[in-house]
Ligand binder design. Structure first.
Ligand code: NAP
Length: 321
């Protein structure tokens, strides 16, 4: 089968198309023929070696496709089922072995590109806003990278429950998309970001900051919080945040800081099915829109990573095998 392989850590050029033997499903696993593959920022951290990963490996964790074979002891799925997943390593490939306990059925009518990219970013937006800090209607929050994959979904989920969402973006086109998703105010990054957020909140600050950008936005986020506000640092698109002095949280107003990851918020099958079900139900009902900003042939994974890291993408992006 055709797949993308990384043989040494590095820039996007290390994502090379290869022919490799097709994998086989072991106990509790499904063999899936992929229809579309999700590309996520975490794929870039693993590619560069920022997150540990032995080489060679096939990147990717997310996708959708049709079950081609069942390993022993699989009871919940049948050959021919359409499934999606957000945590099956080796997903940049024509065939992927997916543990049955991370696979979820795809509702009828949901397009492959959407099914391939809704789960990882959607369940992330879900746990951020549903579990980590659940804003009340009328509260104001700040979401960085408002036109990104997670950003557009998080904004929609928050706005739908009457939360006032302020976002940051880098371009006019991204501002337009962020407003379309429900952002009440859209700001550019910059030195006076915290001051502008305070102006928009009568000097009080926001209840929570959802920050997947990291290094470039972390300080402004702390400065933009109200007393006892929460900074949810969930990514590092601009680079990792340097060590923090806990006294900073005290001075800022008894602030909370958390650095969560999706795996800890999809700890068992019940939690995964709850979050995935909420996201897929909303997508199927048309109340949550997944923007597919770009589609690339599988062999062009290199270009997909260049565009993602170069801030050229909006919404979610997918590879097509
Ligand atoms: N912890 C978790 O559970 C979890 C799960 C999923 C994703 N994440 C994190 O969430 C973040 C968003 O992920 P995503 O896949 O949806 O990506 P994305 O938001 O679609 O893409 C990243 C965006 O970050 C913004 N950005 C700001 N500074 C940047 C820089 N120096 N370089 C690159 N981009 C920069 C860009 O938007 P602008 O041009 O508008 O600034 C860019 O489009 C990532 O940090 C990812 O690691 C975390």
């Amino acid at each position: 089968m055709r797949a993308i392989q990384v043989s040494e850590h590095g820039g996007p050029e290390v994502l090379r198309p290869v022919e490799v033997p097709a994998p086989a499903a072991g106990p509790g696993q499904l063999l899936v023929n992929t229809d579309a593959i999700g590309v996520n920022f975490i794929d870039t951290y693993i590619r560069t070696g920022t997150y540990p990963q032995e080489v060679p490996y096939i990147p990717g964790a997310e996708g959708t496709g049709v079950v081609a074979a069942l390993g022993p002891e699989v009871t919940d799925f049948a050959v021919g089922d359409r499934v999606a997943w957000a945590s099956a390593p080796g997903s940049y490939a024509e065939q992927v072995v997916v543990p049955a306990d991370v696979a979820v059925p795809v509702p009828a009518g949901v397009d492959a590109a959407v099914a391939a990219s809704a789960l990882l970013q959607g369940m992330t937006a879900h746990y951020l806003i549903e579990t980590i800090y659940k804003p009340e209607p009328g509260e104001t929050i700040l979401v960085h990278a408002g036109a990104g994959g997670v950003g557009l979904l998080l904004t929609q989920l928050a706005a739908a429950r009457g939360v006032r969402v302020i976002t940051t973006v880098s371009t006019d086109e991204k501002e337009r998309l962020s407003r379309e998703a429900g952002a009440a105010e859209v700001l550019r990054y910059g030195d006076d970001l915290a001051r502008r957020v305070r102006e928009l909140t009568d000097g009080i600050g926001v209840a929570a900051v959802y920050d997947g950008v990291g290094k470039a936005t972390f300080d402004a986020g702390l400065d933009a919080l109200r007393v006892r506000g929460m900074l949810v640092l969930f990514g590092a698109a601009s680079g990792p945040v340097p060590p923090v002095d806990p006294q900073r949280l005290n001075r800022g107003g008894s602030l909370f800081l958390t650095r969560p990851t999706l795996a800890h918020y999809t700890r068992d099958r019940a939690e995964l099915r709850w979050r995935a079900g909420d996201i897929f139900d909303a997508v199927a009902a048309g109340s949550l829109r997944v923007r597919i900003g770009a589609r690339y042939p599988l062999a062009e994974a290199e270009q997909a990573h260049r565009d993602l890291e170069g801030r050229k993408t909006t919404g979610s992006i997918v590879l097509l095998p």
